[in-house]
Design a protein around this ligand. Structure first.
Ligand code: GDP
Ligand code: IMO
Ligand code: MG
Length: 430
């Protein structure tokens, strides 16, 4: 399909970056449509580990054109840091290879200060945001006072940044937070504008033209289905549309594009979450430590963006089936299968129980999961290291059975299994 949409089927960090890298070889464009530098997508190629926050993971492939869509919120400082880091790793970024929508919104230090003030005010009920100013930037967008990338082209951009900081200072005052000095922020953003200008584009038009010309577009969601503003575990969510339909509005593509799209959901072989909110199949103690890892490996469960330890648990089939429905997932990719090697048994949450009765669908979405108790099916584990397996038939029978059970619960096939962080550590099912 000309439009391939890669989405997270859980609470983010499913391994979207490495899967995008896998599909990027056959694509011309790689576009992000939501979120900002709250995302942290890892791609491992030999001894190089790329950590992408704003720039699509496919940029590592020579010739790929990366697009930051209108649905994104962009902190220019993070963007330039990332461009510099990529340059050091040998990836050259030019305006020909990086196109930024004029309609994307900007994140400023005032948004970050508001993020912090709001989290502090929430106290023990905090969301556990990444502190990147994501929520406040989308709030300004929705209240129609946001700064857009196109504003950088206006003669009065610097004054508008000043007004934005002054206005935010009023709210910061209400929360007892210190006011920010607008002058250095204005000066900084004037510089950012000069550097960003060559990258600003009508990316909606360019992507449409690409589809017309028979090119292929790989779309890379940030976060995961259960962090979606509408469909996630509200209010413990991010502030954007993280699901596949959001790719259309977040890139300026019409519904017609959906006819040319396939949706690939990425899920870990278990379940993780960073930040607060419900997690019915969460584990604690030794089992949790076993799944999380100690932090000595780069792939252990510690946040790519914030370094926080991730909460871990068994795979939740109820929430996975929900993600398949909300996104219109055609096929699943399962990552980190290697982590389960050596476990005697694996538990899989196949249903919930409410007031003693089994439930397999959520009547009002996943916002309030407190009445539910997970129902587990126990499957035998396997001892073999699967990191070197490249063919489905070479996977241990118990691993195959586990994957087949996940696919039958989800109602869609599993076409790809990741068995390690390295680019080549992938099993394709014919
Ligand atoms: P993303 O946000 O969805 O792109 O995922 P992250 O990059 O935040 O987190 C996934 C982590 O798992 C990264 O450290 C990856 O290198 C690592 N990873 C991805 N797939 C696999 C896999 O199959 N096995 C192992 N061991 N690590 C993996
Ligand atoms: P990737 O793209 C995992 C979580 C935060 C917090 C909530 C709101 O790497 O999968 P925010 O800063 O967005 O307002 O935080 O969302 N969160 C993520 N969790 N992976 C991410 O991105 C995330 N981006 C945000 O931890 O719970
Ligand atoms: Mg991540």
């Amino acid at each position: 399909m000309p439009l391939r949409v890669i989405v997270g089927a859980q609470w983010g960090d499913e391994g979207k970056g490495r899967i995008v890298d896998w599909f990027a070889g056959g694509a011309d464009f790689n576009a992000r449509f939501n979120g900002g530098d709250n995302a942290g997508h890892t791609v491992t190629v030999g001894n190089r580990i790329f950590k992408l926050h704003l720039i699509p993971s496919g940029i590592i492939h020579p010739g790929m054109v990366a697009v930051l869509g209108n649905g994104m919120v962009i902190n220019p400082r993070s963007l330039f840091n990332e461009i510099d880091e990529l340059t050091q790793l040998g990836i050259r970024i030019s305006p020909e290879r990086l196109r930024i929508s004029y309609a994307a919104h900007l994140i400023t230090p005032a948004h970050q200060a508001m993020d912090k003030a709001l989290e502090t005010a929430r106290g023990k009920d905090n969301i556990g945001t990444t502190g990147r100013g994501i929520g406040p930037a989308y709030t300004d967008k929705a209240t129609r006072r946001g700064l857009r990338v196109a504003d950088m082209l206006s003669a009065d951009f610097s004054e508008r940044v000043g007004e934005h900081v002054a206005e935010t200072n009023l709210t910061l005052g209400l929360y007892g937070a210190s006011a920010l000095d607008p002058a250095p922020i204005c000066a900084q953003f004037r510089e950012y504008a000069e550097r960003l200008k060559p990258y600003i584009a009508d990316t909606s038009l360019e992507l449409e033209a690409a589809l017309q010309a028979g090119k292929t577009i790989l779309v890379e969601a940030a976060q995961g289905t259960l962090l979606d503003l509408d469909f996630g575990t509200y209010p413990f969510v991010t502030s954007s549309s993280t699901t596949a339909p959001g790719a259309l509005t977040g890139l300026g593509l019409g519904l017609g594009a959906a006819r040319q799209a396939s949706v690939i959901g990425v899920a870990k072989a278990f379940q993780t979450r960073v930040g607060s909110g419900p997690f019915p199949s969460e584990l604690s103690g030794d089992l949790a430590n076993r799944l999380r890892g100690s932090g000595s490996n780069p792939w252990d469960e510690f946040g790519t963006t914030t370094g926080r330890p991730r909460r871990v648990g068994w795979l939740d089939g109820v929430l996975l089936r929900y993600a398949v429905r909300i996104n219109g997932i055609n096929e699943l990719t399962v990552t980190k299968l290697d982590i389960l090697s050596g476990m005697e048994n694996i538990q899989l949450c196949t249903a919930y129980r409410r007031d003693g009765n089994p439930v397999t669908d959520l009547p009002f979405g996943p916002a309030d999961l407190s009445p539910y108790e997970p129902v587990y099916e126990q499957l035998p584990g396997w001892k073999e290291d699967v990191g070197t397996v490249r063919k489905w038939k070479d996977l241990p029978a118990a691993a195959q059975a586990y994957l087949e059970r996940i696919a039958s619960l989800a109602g869609v096939p599993i076409r790809l299994v990741s068995v390690g962080p390295e680019r080549e550590q992938v099993v394709e099912k014919e």
